[in-house]
Design a protein. Sequence first.
Length: 62
Amino acid sequence: MTLDTMTERAACPDCGAGVGLAADTEVTEIVVCTGCAVELEVVAVGPVTLALAPEIEEDWGE
Ligand SMILES: [Zn+2]
């Protein structure tokens, strides 16, 4: 995934980093912050607004 396809940008509510989003991003979509890797939920579009996604108990094996 590259930023070349990203046309929207929203600030991470946790670390403030700019998170690139696809132009067709929809509400309830989950994205991962490029700054702190936290999961963020799209709560609004035009402009895109992000909120911390609910914690999900899952082992990503990192
Ligand atoms: Zn962040």
